[in-house]
Structure formats: C-alpha cells, structure tokens
Design a protein around this ligand. Structure first.
Ligand code: ADP
Length: 279
C-alpha cells in the first residue's frame, strides 16, 4: 500500500492540507513489523542496483529542525551496505563553495552508477534558508527553481532515480522535541539556540517549502510530503516509497545481471579451454 502521494507538480499544494499526525490507521507495532520486511526488500534491491550498475539512486531529505532527517537515515538507510551507499550533509557553504554556482558542491556528491546517495539537506537550502534570511537578492533565488529542475532532469537523463522527501512536523511537535533535547543529556549535542531562532520564521519557511514543492515536483524527480510527527510512521512511509519506486526496475536489473553473468562465464570457459590446448 502506498502511504504517500507522489507530487508531480500538476496540483499546487498547501502544507496545511497534510496532517503531520497521519499514520494510515496503523499502530506502532504493526508499522515496525512492516518496516522490517521493507528493509529486507530494500537491502535486496540495493544489491541488484549495485550489481547491475545501470542506475543510481538519489534520496533528498529536507525538513525543519528536529523533523527527523538523521533518524530517518539511521533507521531506513542504516541497514544498507555502506559499500554502495553514502550520506552527503550540506551545511552553511564554505567560502570556496560560495565562490561557485550553488549547484557546484551538490553535483560533486551525486551518486555514480550502482550507488545510493542520501542528501541530508540539499540544493533546496538555496531556495529555503537562503530565501527566508534574504542571503541573496530576490531575483537570484527566484531563478533557482528553473536551475534545479534542469539539474535534476540532467541527473535523471543520466540514469538517476530521484526521490525527494519533505519531513512534515507540526509546530507543537517541534517545540516538544526541542524541549526534550534540553532534558536529555544524550541529546545535548543536538542543542542549538539557532533552532529556537529559526522557529520564529515558521511561516516564512512554510511559504518557501510550498514554493519549492510546487515548482520542483516533476515526474522524474517527485517530492513526497511525509507525515513525521510519529517517527515510526515517518520511517515506514519513506521506506515503503523507496521500495515501491525501485520495484519496476528489478526485472531489468536481473536481466542485466544475467547478461553480465553469461559474458563472464563464457570468458572463464575460454580461458580454461586455452589452458588445456596449451598443455
Ligand atoms: P543539521 O541541522 O542539518 O543537523 P547543522 O546544525 O550543522 O546540521 O545545520 C546545518 C545548517 O546549514 C542549517 O542551518 C542549514 O540551513 C544551513 N545551510 C545548509 N545549506 C545552506 C546554504 N546553501 N546556505 C545557507 N545555509 C545553509
């Protein structure tokens, strides 16, 4: 069952129409059981993707502070083989990065064939935080939606499967999570006065997110709004969406693998035969 709606840009959305508490009527235990099965399937899919070497998978994670980007990566992508899976985190750009176009640092981190890369924050920061805090002139960030769409089309044309997730939490849930961090010494490392400050820009971020989701949802690089107040449902919904998106590719990856296997077997036979005739 699909838990998330695939946004392709046809219908403009308002975030208030998405309930951050949504859980598809499941309970936590059932959700975790389903996640376990999906994780096993995703692991098998990664092996196929890696072995076939024809496609890459790019997962973009965006969300407000405390929305659970780190938790999603740990739970959903944690079980994957680190050999073909990387996380790229995008922080405040360095001087060198700022001296280039905004996609320069992003392009370097995109996955090669057979690989999976998870973007923890992404090029979308350049139309989110940059817009909210007026870090560049209006006309500069406004032009970026087209740049992003062209960039993602380029990646898709080169065989990249792109899935973009906005982790949607409510303002109350964020407050709860920020307060919890202050009570729990094991979470002190996550404390940041900046998070409370960013919270005061809540509505500006809502507008910026809505524009990004509406302007940059395409059939080849769709956005998904993930109800994220319940962490277990957030993990389940992201895992289910990834697994479902990869299923249609499995047949062609297996066929490719078969071709590779037959070719190598023929080469081995030829080698063995030449050894025999040399004797
Ligand atoms: P995180 O919150 O992702 O766990 P940090 O606390 O280090 O990690 O936050 C990274 C910060 O970098 C965020 O505040 C984010 O808005 C900021 N950032 C990322 N990309 C850009 C950008 N292109 N321009 C300005 N700030 C950015």
């Amino acid at each position: 069952m699909a838990y998330l709606q695939k946004l392709t840009g046809a219908q403009p959305l308002k975030l208030r129409d998405f309930d951050p508490e949504f859980d598809a009527g499941l309970d936590k235990e059932t959700g975790e059981e389903k996640l376990e099965k999906l994780s096993a399937e995703l692991t098998r899919q990664q092996e196929l993707l890696y072995a076939a070497g024809t496609h890459s998978l790019l997962i973009v994670l965006q969300g407000r502070d405390t929305s659970g980007k780190d938790g999603t990566i740990k739970t959903v992508m944690g079980p994957l083989n680190s050999l073909g899976c990387q996380v790229a985190s995008f922080k405040v750009p360095t001087a060198e990065e700022l001296a280039h176009d905004f996609l320069w640092r992003i392009h370097q981190q995109t996955p090669g064939k057979g690989e999976i890369t998870i973007f923890n924050r992404s090029h979308y920061e350049d139309v989110l935080v940059v817009r909210v805090h007026k870090l560049v002139a209006d006309k500069v960030w406004r032009a970026r939606y087209d740049h992003i769409n062209a960039f993602e089309k380029l990646l898709a044309d080169a065989g990249t499967i792109i899935l973009k997730f906005y982790l949607h939490i409510s303002k109350d849930e964020q407050e709860q999570r920020l307060l919890e961090r202050e009570q729990d010494a094991t979470k002190y490392w996550k404390l940041s006065a900046g998070d409370w400050k960013e919270r005061t820009y809540w509505n500006d971020y809502t507008r910026a997110y809505e524009d990004a989701l509406n302007r940059c949802s395409t059939p080849h690089a769709p956005w998904f709004v993930v109800p994220a107040n319940k962490k277990w449902f957030r993990n389940l919904a992201v895992a289910e969406t990834i697994v479902s998106a990869l299923r249609p590719y499995e047949k062609q990856w297996r066929e490719k693998l078969e071709v590779i296997g037959q070719r190598e077997k023929a080469a081995i036979e030829e080698f063995k035969h030449s050894k025999v005739t040399q004797k």
